[in-house]
Design a protein around this ligand. Structure first.
Ligand code: 2HG
Ligand code: ZN
Length: 468
């Protein structure tokens, strides 16, 4: 028996001591299922999958990993798009799907305890049943988990009004890469006692330790949400429309998508075009329609945008079903184009720089990818742009990705010049790691490596992700 196999057997024996048979997978198709996320670039190759039931079990596992030199990959709803939850090198995948209990709820504090495996939609529904609201939302909320959302500081479609996941985390229980359990912030609103390690774990992509539980803040629900979809003739007009509406209204969303994106979604046959007028771009606005006065205000803003030539046509939802259908035009894009093995970019700049950014990137990609189809959409109201390049049928996956990466540097140069981010909300994982230096200086990366060393000195946590 080779020493590698001996080591593998040893690890599997240790796992079997911590996890009963039903919470441990060591063979079969499920290995690759749990070893990957939605990133379609890497092959999963995990050693085993474990399903902890509580924080103490996670702690035992981390301690064993440190003692026996094996590595761990945290796994939530596996909806990530940067390979942050991929296991490619015989790691032990730690799935949180059996730690999915919603615990103590305090209506006075408006907080609720969630284990890491609580599904986003489960939390949204819990809030609703208690006449409250959890505002972080995105197309994958039916399968993404709170722990994963926190580990990537997930954003989504309501950021302009409600912020990111970070803004809703009042407390965390974590197991560090050293195997210590830390209770961070205890749900407090005010806590001026030094470094807030909670915020260090938010967005750390499982590289410092495991998030096992969270105290989540909830809020009063918005009332009478209405959706307006507008046809916009050119990139530059998008931000003018955004500004015009936001000067007078507190929008809960300002999204955009291109006509190509719309064509893919409507071709599925589930939802119809918003209106007949052809339009290169579309903006989707959401707001609380609380009075007749607001409606009049919306109409006059719309008219102004039409007069200025920034808007070609528009439609406003008249009820919840229409609003939901209009939302689908935007929310269904990612899943609809997934079959074309898209090469994804998730970029951001400050809102004031969006027009310059869009035009610059547009020029580079139309020159750089003359034969590829480019689909634009995103959360443009907060400066976040999703750029998807679709793989032509006649090109293999590897050759396609290779060609796409050739244009990356030109795109990222623009991002860096404008002080933007090479990953606005999808995280760095494996996919964006080679480009991190476009958004973080060498000095900053040095501090990040040093922090990793403090929390995970033996490198057992999510190897190869974010910092490598
Ligand atoms: C979205 O906003 C998601 O729809 C996915 O963040 C983005 O598929 C993408 O590139
Ligand atoms: Zn997005």
């Amino acid at each position: 028996m080779s020493s590698h196999l001996a080591a593998t057997d040893n690890i599997l024996n240790i796992l079997a001591q911590i996890f009963p048979d039903k919470d441990l997978i060591t063979e079969g198709d499920e290995l690759s299922l749990y070893g990957k996320d939605w990133t379609r670039v890497y092959e999963p190759n995990p050693l085993a999958i474990v399903f902890p039931r509580n924080t103490e079990q996670v702690q035992s596992l981390v301690k064993a990993a440190n003692q026996q030199s094996f590595t761990l990959v945290p796994s939530g709803g596996r909806t990530g798009l940067s390979g942050g939850a991929m296991s490619t090198d015989q790691e032990v995948v730690v799935s949180f799907e059996r730690m999915n209990r919603i615990g103590d709820f305090s209506p006075v504090d408006r907080t609720v305890q969630c284990e890491a495996g609580v599904i986003t939609e489960q939390l949204q529904q819990f809030a609703e049943q208690n006449d409250l609201f959890y505002p972080v939302d995105f197309a994958s909320s039916g399968s993404s988990q709170i722990g994963g959302n926190i580990a990537t500081n997930a954003g989504g479609i309501k950021v302009i009004r409600y912020g990111l996941t970070r803004d809703w985390v009042a407390g965390l229980t974590v197991v560090t890469g050293k195997g210590d359990i830390l209770e961070l912030n205890n749900g407090l609103v005010k806590n001026a006692t030094g470094y807030d390690l909670r915020h260090l774990f938010i967005g750390s992509e499982g590289t410092l330790g495991f998030i096992t539980e969270a105290t989540i803040r909830l809020m009063r629900p918005p009332r009478h949400l209405a959706v307006l979809v507008l046809g916009v003739p050119e990139f530059d007009a998008l931000m003018k429309v955004s500004q015009t509406f936001q000067d007078q209204l507190d929008l809960t969303a300002f999204e955009f998508f291109s006509d190509k994106a719309l064509r893919y979604v409507t071709a599925k046959g589930d939802v119809a075009k918003p209106f007949e007028t052809e339009s290169p771009y579309y903006a989707l606005l959401e707001f609380e329609l609380i009075s007749e006065q607001t409606e009049e205000q919306v109409m006059s803003l719309f008219e102004r945008c039409v007069e200025e030539g920034w808007v070609l046509d528009g439609v406003m939802s008249q009820n919840e079903t229409q609003a939901a259908n209009l939302w689908r035009l935007r929310e269904d894009i990612s899943e609809t184009i997934a079959e074309f093995t898209p090469y994804k970019n998730d970029l951001s700049v400050t809102v004031s720089k969006v027009p310059e950014f869009l035009n610059g990137v547009n020029q580079v990609v139309t020159q750089g990818y003359p034969d590829f189809e480019i689909v634009w959409y995103g959360h443009i109201g907060d400066g976040n742009l999703h750029l998807n390049i679709l793989k032509p049928d006649n090109l293999g996956k590897e050759a396609f990705f290779e060609k796409c990466t050739q244009v990356n540097d030109a795109v990222f140069d623009i991002v860096a010049k404008l002080g933007g981010s090479i990953s606005a909300e999808h995280g760095v994982g494996l996919l964006k790691k080679p480009y991190l230096h476009y958004s973080r200086s060498n000095e900053e990366l040095g501090y990040m490596h040093a922090l990793k060393q403090v929390f995970d000195p033996n490198g057992v946590m999510n190897p190869g992700k974010l910092l490598g």
